[in-house]
Design a binder for this molecule. Structure first.
Ligand code: FES
Length: 393
């Protein structure tokens, strides 16, 4: 049903992005939400988010969702104009995929050539179009690799549901081995990449006060309803924070705060903007904001953090110096993290789906989640001998 929904959408469909190898042996499909490349795409992007019940649940969503999207379009367009006219998330994801597959070709000749594909949820290249492309190009092995290091049913879960929807209308190819990497919040090289980004900013503070600079880790918030249902995102984000601080090895005070709340319902707190204001009142006048759940720059870092919080709010709140750590982007340590995660996964030599993924949130009552878990059990559990495999990880 969602596939036909997307077919009727207004945006022109785009070819999936992929590296130069024509016939890959191994496809690495990079899942993410995506962002509008140009301001013309903003309306459709918001429409898709607001009507995606995996991402956000609203009363009478089929009417209220499009209404909210229309109402917010001009304001959001203006924000994209202020960061240069569009989101860089496609550019970064494509670059990360290319660098990742270059590494994999060197590390693992037995599964080469590797080819990366970008699969976005709310803008082209759409997840279902990318899967069609992967099938057409004939990879023998497909690794579904979420680019959200911390799993949430609202983000990675939504992208995976889109894959399940795609296969509702077609048979699962039995000559392809599928597997999934759906979370990697505590990978040591991810923590090291974040730590390096923080150190770059710590160095900008006077050496006399450097160890007192407050490090505010900030991540996209989540509705409390989802938290209470048992979504694993909050504790996975906290795990990345702990791993990053351990890698950084500094005594600085630090906290995890939450940004980008939408709508009137309660979301996970403390909010990033409130934390900046209240810490300033408490005498913390030197801070670093660290986007800990994003692997590349996009509107929430370039506009919300850089412009709204660092340029405007921090000044009003009397903060003396505030810096924002860069996201991992194409940092070599981050690319090494991606390569290590995928290489380790491929070397395990079995189609895989984790028990952690297959276990639903304790209070989940969604038939869609049940459908999706069952689907991935079949998709990733089928090998060429059609024997089901479920691993322990
Ligand atoms: Fe988490 Fe359904 S909401 S598994």
């Amino acid at each position: 049903m969602l596939s036909s929904f997307y077919r009727n959408m207004r945006l022109p469909r785009m070819s999936a992005a992929y590296s130069t190898a024509a016939k890959p042996k191994t496809a690495i499909v990079l899942l993410n939400m995506g962002g509008p490349k140009t301001t013309d795409q903003v309306g459709d992007y918001l429409h898709r988010i607001m009507t995606d019940r995996d991402m956000i649940q609203l009363p009478v969503q089929s009417r209220l969702g499009p209404w909210i999207a229309r109402r917010r379009t001009d304001e959001v367009k203006k924000k994209y104009e202020e960061i240069g006219g569009g989101s860089p998330i496609f550019k970064w994801t494509e670059t990360q995929g290319r660098l990742l597959t270059d590494e994999l070709d060197k590390k693992l000749p037995q599964s080469a050539p590797h080819k990366s594909y970008v699969a976005f949820r709310y803008v082209p290249p759409f997840t279902e179009d990318t899967f069609q492309r992967v099938e057409q190009e004939g990879a023998e092995r497909v690794v579904i690799f979420s680019q959200y290091p911390q799993y949430s049913c609202a983000t990675t879960g939504s992208s995976l549901n889109a894959i399940a929807d795609y296969f509702k209308e077609r048979p699962i190819p039995t000559n392809v081995q599928f597997s999934m990497i759906e979370r990697w919040a505590t990978h040591p090289l991810l923590a090291q990449a974040h730590a390096t980004r923080i150190r770059e900013k710590l160095d900008k503070f006077d050496a006399q006060i450097r160890s007192d600079v407050l490090i505010l880790f900030t991540a996209h918030s989540l509705p409390l309803k989802a938290v209470s249902r048992g979504d694993t995102y909050p504790h996975e984000v906290a795990a990345t924070v702990a791993a990053t601080m351990a890698s950084l090895g500094v005594p600085n005070p630090h906290r995890l705060v939450w940004q980008s709340k939408v709508g009137p319902l309660p979301w996970l707190q403390p909010y990033t903007d409130d934390a900046i204001k209240d810490y300033s009142k408490k005498g913390h006048k030197h801070m670093i904001l660290v986007p800990i759940a994003f692997v590349n720059e996009h509107i929430e870092t370039l506009h919300e953090l850089d412009i709204e919080y660092c340029d405007e709010l921090a000044k009003e709140a009397g903060v003396a110096q505030i810096e924002r750590a860069a996201t991992p982007n194409d940092h070599p340590t981050f690319i090494a993290a991606l390569a290590d995660i995928v290489a380790t996964h491929l070397k395990s030599d079995t189609p895989r789906v984790s028990k952690q993924f297959l276990t639903r949130c304790p209070h989940c009552v969604s038939p869609r989640c049940q459908m999706s878990k069952n689907f991935f059990k079949r998709l990733c559990g089928i090998n060429v001998n059609r024997e089901p495999i479920v691993t322990n990880s």
